[in-house]
Design a protein around this ligand. Structure first.
Ligand code: SF4
Length: 220
């Protein structure tokens, strides 16, 4: 994704009209990456900052309605139409699974689009029924993909993200009726490479434009 610019304790600018929630990375006292793998830990280049810590603290200290209201107010103030979850840093930690899922659900009742990435399967599963409005991809390592697909039949239409650490990109795929659609879209390194379109159109990554053009995570 594009480099995030800090605008407030809760949301960071991520593209022209999108904002993201970022939490601290890793598994330290403030870390939120409870589901990190050997592969992602080895390849991670993030450094925690105090703004991300303040964001997770706010989530911990306030109820879901208050956080959802505050997020919407900040998105409005920024002129953003899309809220991205954890595209830059951190994840939904185990302890906040139910609360963050409730926040996503409350925001899905508004006009804002939502998308993002998580390795927290329970969080992803709780958000799965909202998939028409919330395009949340479960990150699965390539080495774990076959095993994951064997147990994914009840998540038809859900998105998964498979990282490629060699070129710093992620391949976003949709789970299909029998297994999953072949490579559907790719995102990373500043572009969206949409293999769904026959001509393979390559465009600059921008979650709001993806929502508008029904490409990337929003491909139907
Ligand atoms: S494919 Fe589009 S919507 Fe999905 S993360 Fe990339 S830029 Fe955002």
């Amino acid at each position: 994704m594009t480099e995030a610019q800090i605008l407030s304790p809760l949301v960071f600018q991520a593209g022209k009209s999108a904002a993201e929630v970022s939490f601290p990375a890793y598994d330290g006292p403030w870390g939120t990456c409870d589901f990190m793998t050997k592969e992602c830990r080895k390849n991670c280049i993030l450094k925690s900052n105090s703004m991300e810590r303040e964001a997770v603290q706010f989530f911990e200290e306030h109820d879901a309605r208050t956080v959802a209201r505050e997020l919407c107010a900040q998105l409005e103030e920024m002129g953003a139409d899309t809220l991205c979850w954890f595209i830059g840093s951190g994840d939904c930690p185990r302890r906040l699974t139910a609360k963050v899922a409730e926040i996503v659900s409350l925001i899905s009742e508004t006009a804002f689009n939502q998308n993002g990435f998580t390795r927290n399967k329970s969080f992803w599963t709780l958000c799965y029924p909202l998939r028409r409005k919330v395009r949340l991809a479960l990150t699965v390592e390539k080495s774990a993909l076959s095993k994951f697909l064997l147990t994914s039949e009840r998540h038809v239409g859900g998105l998964i993200a498979v990282p490629n650490y060699n070129n710093q990109t992620v391949s976003i795929r949709k789970i299909g009726k029998h297994a999953m659609a072949p490579r559907l879209v790719g995102c990373g390194g500043g572009w969206v490479d949409d293999f769904k379109m026959k001509s393979s159109s390559v465009t600059v990554e921008d979650c709001s434009l993806c929502a508008l053009a029904k490409r990337g995570c929003y491909a139907t």
